[in-house]
Design a protein. Structure first.
Length: 424
């Protein structure tokens, strides 16, 4: 790992020592700690996915981290043993000089972002698995401050939104309503960022969870995503004509279905073409019968697919794949100098431990040559980053970061913001 990650690691070690000491004190004070430790060490989706109050406790089982650092025995096709470290999916990448900026007012996972030159709107998302946001935080790139916030409509989705903008209006299509693993809604809204007034739009023909969404040629396009149960991939593609924040039609029109459905993909319109990048099939879904719709892990497959639709909209073209499968990148991209830049994500699970693996690279897709390169490393691996670009700087904020340089599993939900001067 490079310089920055090493620095990061030594900082980590210090704070770990403090944490161990704190945990030790707390342990003296009561048995609650014992309960918490056993909860934290029985690794599950839930313990990795939330919760700020417990983070310092789950830092304690360093045994767990140590175990992760061990190499895993794998049989390859020839029957020979080989070793596969937890970090095997990391690609070689140059370090980038990241500068930490003011953190967002709240941490968020599975939030969304829209940049309208300056400012940068950061919408909704989970705070913890049991708490979802229903507001927008606004960042000013000129003075690098989080300068305001405003609420979202009460019955608008809270995470996994489909978002797009025309440079003034922000369209918010469907998404998950409520915490844990509740299902998606079909409700759709638009806000005028100049007056900050929300208006409702015709609902999608069916609820969608994290659909690929973009504005293209005067129509709002929505495709893929997860169906009502949050898990089943949807292939449908709909569009509706919009102008100045109003739908010009009463109903969504059916368009050519996407070759592969599922949530968490980047959807970008550039040079009059629509690109759909990465994503996955399957996702966590509510445990059957759970009154709180408790999340339970289900089979999921992450893809490196890149699809493109040209202006004729007759046929999807398959383009060269991402350098590795990557998902949870719906708002993790910017367009700079005829390239799409993507920050972080999640890749396929570890083949042996089946743990989730986060992505820490920055990818560049060159729109002239249709080729991919890995142009750098983030300060850590992180998924559902919200990316922006201003005055030569690539920014990212929010998401869920890894457990440390040697452990790519998801852990803390963050509001941190970072930037680096981009030279591509
Ligand atoms: C951003 O901050 C600058 C400097 O304080 C200010 O002049 C500008 O109006 C702000 N922009 C927005 C969009 O808030
Ligand atoms: C984009 O291209 C221009 C012109 O070649 C160059 O000056 C600029 O530095 C490039 N931007 C980035 C972020 O590399």
């Amino acid at each position: 790992m490079g310089k920055i990650l090493h620095q990061h690691q030594s900082k980590n070690n210090n704070s770990c020592r403090k944490l161990v000491f704190t945990v030790f004190l707390v342990c003296i004070l009561g048995f609650a700690c014992i309960l918490n430790l056993s909860w934290a060490s029985s690794f599950s989706f839930t313990s990795s996915y939330l919760s700020f109050a417990s983070n310092w406790v789950s830092q304690k089982p360093r045994i767990f981290v140590a175990r992760q650092q061990q190499q895993h025995n794998v049989d390859d096709k020839t029957g020979n043993k080989r070793f596969l470290s937890a970090t095997f999916a990391d690609l070689p990448a140059p370090d980038l000089p990241w500068e930490q900026m003011p953190s967002a007012p709240v941490p968020r996972l599975d939030g969304s972002a829209i940049q309208i030159k300056n400012p940068f709107y950061v919408l909704s998302g989970y705070g913890t698995l049991d708490y979802v946001h229903s507001h927008v935080d606004v960042f000013n790139f000129t003075d690098n401050t989080w300068c305001s916030r405003f609420d979202t409509p009460k019955d608008m989705a809270n995470s996994h939104l489909g978002v797009a903008t025309d440079g003034r209006y922000i369209y918010v299509v469907s998404g998950q309503y409520g915490p844990q693993c509740r299902g998606p809604t079909a409700r759709t809204y638009v806000i005028d960022t100049q007056t900050r007034k929300w208006r409702s739009m015709p609902p999608l023909p069916a609820p969608r969870y994290a659909p690929a969404t973009q504005l293209w040629r005067g129509r709002l396009h929505v495709m893929g995503g997860g169906k009502e149960n949050r898990h089943t991939p949807a292939l449908e593609h709909w569009s509706i004509a919009v102008k100045d924040g109003k739908a010009l039609e009463k109903e969504w029109r059916t368009e050519i279905p996407i070759p592969r459905g599922g949530p968490h993909r980047a959807c970008v319109v550039v040079n009059d073409r629509l690109f759909v990048i990465g994503g996955q099939e399957g996702d966590f879904m509510a445990k059957p019968g759970s009154p709180i719709f408790k999340c339970s892990r289900r089979h999921e497959v992450v893809y490196d697919d890149v699809y493109m639709l040209d202006a004729e909209m007759k046929k999807w073209k398959v383009l060269p794949p991402l350098p590795k499968p990557n998902s949870h990148i719906e708002c993790s991209w910017v367009v700079v100098n005829n390239s799409i830049i993507i920050t972080g994500g999640t890749t396929e699970k570890h083949p042996v431990t089946k743990r989730m693996i986060l992505v820490g690279e920055v990818f560049q897709f060159h729109l002239d040559s249709l080729t991919w390169t890995v142009i750098g490393k983030l300060p850590y691996r992180v998924k559902t980053t919200l990316a922006g670009f201003w005055d030569g700087y690539l920014y990212f904020t929010s998401g869920q970061r890894d457990r440390g340089p040697d452990n790519p599993q998801p852990k803390k939900v963050i509001g941190e913001m970072w930037r680096t001067k981009l030279k591509i």
